[in-house]
Design a protein around this ligand. Structure first.
Ligand code: ATP
Ligand code: MG
Length: 356
C-alpha cells in the first residue's frame, strides 16, 4: 500500500472549516481507492497559536514539516492582527523557507457554475496560470529616504535572477507541454520595464528551445487582462511575474465564478521540500462560524495534491465528485446556492462512494 504523510494546517477563520471538510473527502477517496493511505498530522498554527505563544508557528516549525510529503493549508489572517505578522509569520514563511517558487493556479468554469463573462460556459475558460513565487516585485527590496520631507523618496526594486526566471519558465513550459493545446503565453511589460522584463523575454526564448512541441507567444500584461475578458478561448497556460500573475489570477478566479472555487499549489518542483496546497481565498471572517464557507477550492487543491503525490486516478475521481456536486446545484451562497459546507461535502463524498 502506498502511503503519504500530510501536514494539515487549517490556520484561521474559514480555514478551520474547509480543511476538515477536505480531510473528510480525502478519507472517502482513500477508502474508495483502497490502494493508498494518507497519514494526516494536524498542526494548530495560526493567529490563535500566536495569542498563546507569541509566534504564528514554532521556531522549529519548518523542521517539523520537512519530512512530510505535502502540506494541506487552509487560510491565514485575523482582523485584529496585521497581515505583516500573520501572513509572513506562517504562510510566506513556509513558501520561502521551502523555496516553493512555482505557484500554480488552474482556472475552469465548473459544470453548473456561471461565469460573469457573457457566453462563457463550462469549457470556454480552461487556463493554468503559473506565478513566479519567490522574487520579482515582491522581493522586498527597496526603502524610504528623507521621511516626511518634500524630497522623500520610496523605492521598490524588482529582483529577477537568471536562476529564478529560468526555473519558473521551465516549470511553465513543462505544464504547457503536458496539456492538450501545448500553448504558453509569456506575460511581461517589456515595452515599459526595460530591464527585468526584457530579461524575462530573453530567458523565455532560451528555455523555449528545450520545448519544441510547445507553441509560445509574448503578451503585455495590460493586453493580457483585456484578452482574458474578450478572447478567453485563445488562452491556455500563462506564466507571469509575482505581481502580474497575482493580479491576473484574481481576475481569472472572478471569471470562473467565485473566489470560493479557486485552488492553488505552491510547488517546489525539485521536490527537495514539501509543496503546499491551499485555496486562494483568505480567512473570510465575515462568514466564519456560519458553516457556509465554500469548500470547493479546498477540494480542488486536494486534487492538485494527489496529482503531485502521483495519485492521478484518485485526483480525477475527486474532480469528478466535485463536478457532480456543482452540476447538481449543490453549492454554497457565494455561488448563489443554498447548501452549507457540510452539504457540499456530503454530496462530494457520496459521488466518490458511488463512483466506478
Ligand atoms: P484574508 O484577510 O485572509 O485575505 P479576507 O477576509 O480578506 O481574508 P478573502 O478570502 O480575501 O477574505 O475573501 C473576500 C471575501 O470573499 C470574503 O470576505 C468572503 O465573503 C468571500 N469568500 C472568500 N472565500 C470564500 C469561500 N470559500 N466561501 C464563501 N465565500 C468566500
Ligand atoms: Mg483578503
Amino acid at each position: 500500500m502506498r502511503s503519504y504523510r500530510i501536514a494539515a494546517i487549517a490556520g484561521d477563520g474559514i480555514g478551520k472549516e474547509v480543511i476538515p471538510a477536505g480531510l473528510e473527502v480525502l478519507r472517502a477517496l482513500q477508502a474508495r481507492a483502497g490502494d493508498f493511505e494518507l497519514e494526516v498530522v494536524d498542526f494548530p498554527w495560526g493567529s490563535d497559536f500566536y495569542r498563546e505563544t507569541g509566534r504564528m508557528m514554532p521556531e522549529d516549525g519548518l523542521d517539523q514539516l520537512r519530512g512530510f510529503d505535502a502540506i494541506y493549508f487552509g487560510a491565514v489572517g485575523d482582523p485584529h492582527l496585521p497581515d505583516s505578522l500573520t501572513l509572513w509569520g506562517l504562510r510566506l514563511n513556509i513558501c520561502q523557507g521551502f523555496d516553493q517558487y512555482a505557484n500554480i493556479r488552474p482556472t475552469r468554469v465548473l459544470p453548473g457554475l456561471e461565469s460573469p463573462l457573457r457566453g462563457a460556459g463550462p469549457g470556454s475558460i480552461d487556463w493554468v496560470i503559473v506565478r513566479e513565487n519567490s522574487e520579482g516585485e515582491y522581493a522586498g527590496h527597496g526603502g524610504r529616504a528623507h521621511r516626511g520631507h518634500e524630497i522623500e523618496v520610496a523605492t521598490e526594486t524588482s529582483i529577477f535572477t537568471r536562476v529564478g526566471v529560468e526555473r519558473i519558465m521551465r516549470t511553465a513550459f513543462t505544464i504547457a507541454a503536458s496539456r492538450p493545446r501545448k500553448l504558453l503565453t509569456v506575460v511581461t511589460k517589456s515595452n515599459a520595464q526595460r530591464h527585468g522584463m526584457v530579461f524575462w523575454d530573453e530567458v523565455a526564448a532560451k528555455v523555449a528551445a528545450e520545448f519544441p512541441q510547445v507553441t509560445w507567444e509574448k503578451e503585455l500584461v495590460d493586453a493580457m487582462a483585456a484578452r482574458m475578458v474578450r478572447k478567453p478561448d485563445s488562452i491556455d497556460t500563462v506564466v507571469a511575474t509575482n505581481l502580474h500573475a497575482d493580479i491576473l489570477s484574481d481576475l481569472a478566479g472572478a471569471l470562473a465564478g467565485s473566489l470560493g472555487v479557486a485552488p492553488t499549489a505552491n510547488l517546489d518542483p525539485s521536490r527537495q521540500a514539501p509543496s503546499m496546497f491551499e485555496p486562494i481565498h483568505g480567512s473570510a471572517f465575515d462568514i466564519t462560524g456560519k458553516g457556509i464557507a465554500n469548500p470547493v477550492a479546498t477540494f480542488w487543491t486536494a486534487c492538485m495534491m494527489l496529482e503531485h503525490l502521483g495519485e492521478k486516478p484518485a485526483a480525477e475521481r475527486l474532480m469528478r465528485g466535485i463536478e457532480a456536486a456543482t452540476a447538481k446545484g449543490v453549492t454554497t451562497p457565494d455561488l448563489g446556492g443554498k447548501a452549507n459546507t457540510a452539504e457540499v461535502t456530503a454530496a462530494v463524498v457520496d459521488a466518490i462512494r458511488s463512483s466506478n
